[in-house]
Each structure stands twice: as structure tokens, then as C-alpha cells.
Design a protein around this ligand. Structure first.
Ligand code: KIV
Length: 282
């Protein structure tokens, strides 16, 4: 590893919360993008199971397999010198059986090269599995609020914790996950007030997506943040660049120059090429 680059480690998350420094996280799914994001200085890269939507073109995250996650996590972790790499546990890889959950989490660390895993939801099976993972050295990030793997139970991607009972459950689940040993908690798709309450109630940092400004950090899907998605604009997304437009313009320039023969020029060509027409007249 480059000696000048200091890798972000799991304990740094607690230290950042303690000193009031906000944590930055973006999703990444491939080597080239991960290398750019890592070099830009983001604290953590999440190999989200959102790769089902944005890389594989599924309607939701449910079809994503553990093998998909390992494959993409390997690519991202090869690129990362600084950022902490967190890999999502996909649907059915953790909710059925504790031993299977621990083993599958271990594969994301051992084969994928992740520094930590992320799990959606709470409840006794999940918290027991998390406790066992933490016991054998697997750091875990929790994920509450709008949990995309529960799309059918929620009846769509809906803002959660909108009732007093919902907020009470969110606070109880967050406390339970902290007790089980998670080192950070993703809060997705909840109003700002309950997100602030959860954040204030925990020792560990919260990382919000559509959960307001009181969270200890923020995460976005990289393509959303970079302005590469033109069909969906949820309220919580800010486009920090217009990379989709920049790609379109670059591709149009490539097509134009190939069609009109200006690319490749002599500076992109090995050796000299004399066209038959020219050599006939010489
Ligand atoms: O899969 C994902 O990208 C996520 C983020 C939305 C937090 O879980």
C-alpha cells in the first residue's frame, strides 16, 4: 500500500463520530470507478446490492446473489487504498439460518476482500447472527428504515417511521443492533426527526440516505451523486456533477471523429501510413 495513504479502519468510524466529523460513503461496484472515488478521498465505499438495479438492470435487489456480491466486492477492494470497503449481504444470504449467515459474511471478507459487511433489518435471528459475526472478527454495519430487500412487505419504496409506533420500533431495533455489535448504522428513507433521535441515542455513527442532516454521515449511490441517472430523481438525491452529460458529449465526439476520419490522427498511430492514393502519385 502507498505509505502516504492512510487506510480508513473500522475504529475510525467511532472516532469520527466522537469528534463530530461527518462520514462520507458512496456506492461502488467496479474497479475503475472505485479507484476514482477512493483517490478523491471518500471515507467508505459500499458495494451495495443496489448493483442489482444499477449494474445488472433488475427491477429490485432481490435477485442479487452472494456470488454477484463477491465478484463486485473483489473488483472494488482491489482498487481501494484508503476507503473502508463495506459489502452488502444480499437477500437470503443471512435471514434464514445463523450459521449460513456467518459463513456467507465470512466469504465476503475472505474471498471478496471487504473490510465489513452490511445487513438489512433487525430481529432475533439477525441480531444473533451479527453477534456471532462480530465475535469471530467480522465488522457489521446495520441498515434500518427503508430496507429495499423488504420491498414486498413495505408495498414499494416508501418512507418509513412515519408513526409514533414506527419511530418506537426504529429506536428499539437500533438499540438492539448496537447491542449485537454493529459499528455503524445506515438509516434509509425516514423523516429527519426520527433519524436525529436514533443518531442521538446511539454510541455508534449513523449514515443516512434520505434521512436528513442530523446523521453522522451520508451515503449515496455513486451514479445518482454523479448525475448519471436520468430517469429517477428521488428527493434525497443531489447531483454533484453531470457526468452522464459529459459521457454523452464524449461519445458523440468519438463517433463524429471516427466518421469524418479525424480519429485516429498521426499522434495515435504506430508508424507512418501512406494511403494508396498518395503513393500512386509519388
Ligand atoms: O445497496 C445500496 O446501495 C444501499 C444504499 C442505498 C445504502 O444499501
Amino acid at each position: 500500500m502507498d505509505a502516504a495513504v492512510k487506510k480508513v479502519r473500522v475504529p475510525d468510524f467511532a472516532a469520527m463520530k466522537a469528534r463530530g466529523e461527518r462520514i462520507t460513503m458512496l456506492t461502488a461496484y467496479d474497479y475503475t470507478m472505485a479507484k476514482i472515488l477512493d483517490k478523491a478521498g471518500v471515507d467508505a465505499l459500499l458495494v451495495g446490492d443496489s448493483l442489482g438495479n444499477v449494474q445488472l438492470g433488475y427491477d429490485n435487489t432481490l435477485p442479487v446473489t452472494l456470488e454477484d456480491m463477491i465478484h463486485h466486492t473483489q473488483a472494488v477492494s482491489r482498487a481501494c487504498k484508503r476507503a473502508l470497503v463495506v459489502a452488502d449481504m444480499p437477500f437470503l444470504s443471512y435471514g434464514v439460518d445463523i450459521n449460513a449467515a456467518v459463513y456467507n459474511a465470512g466469504r465476503l471478507i475472505k474471498e471478496g476482500g471487504a473490510d465489513a459487511v452490511k445487513i438489512e433489518g433487525a430481529g432475533s435471528l439477525i441480531t444473533q447472527a451479527i453477534a456471532r459475526m462480530v465475535e469471530i472478527g467480522i465488522p457489521v454495519v446495520g441498515h434500518l428504515g427503508l430496507t429495499p430487500q423488504s420491498i414486498h412487505r413495505m408495498g414499494g419504496y416508501r418512507v418509513q417511521a412515519k408513526t409514533p409506533e414506527g419511530v418506537e420500533k426504529l429506536l428499539a431495533d437500533a438499540a438492539q443492533l448496537q447491542e449485537a455489535g454493529i459499528f455503524a448504522l445506515t438509516l434509509e428513507g425516514i423523516p429527519a426527526q426520527p433519524a436525529a433521535q436514533v443518531t442521538a441515542s446511539l454510541r455508534i455513527p449513523t449514515i443516512g440516505i434520505g434521512a436528513g442532516a442530523a446523521c453522522d454521515g451520508q451515503v449515496l449511490v455513486c451514479y445518482d451523486a454523479l448525475g448519471m441517472v436520468d430517469d429517477l430523481h428521488p428527493k434525497f438525491v443531489k447531483q454533484f456533477g453531470q457526468i452522464g452529460q459529459a459521457i454523452t458529449e464524449a461519445v458523440q465526439a468519438f463517433c463524429r471523429e471516427v466518421k469524418d476520419g479525424t480519429f485516429p490522427g498521426p499522434e495515435h498511430t504506430y508508424g507512418e501510413y501512406v494511403s494508396p492514393a498518395k503513393s500512386d502519385h509519388s
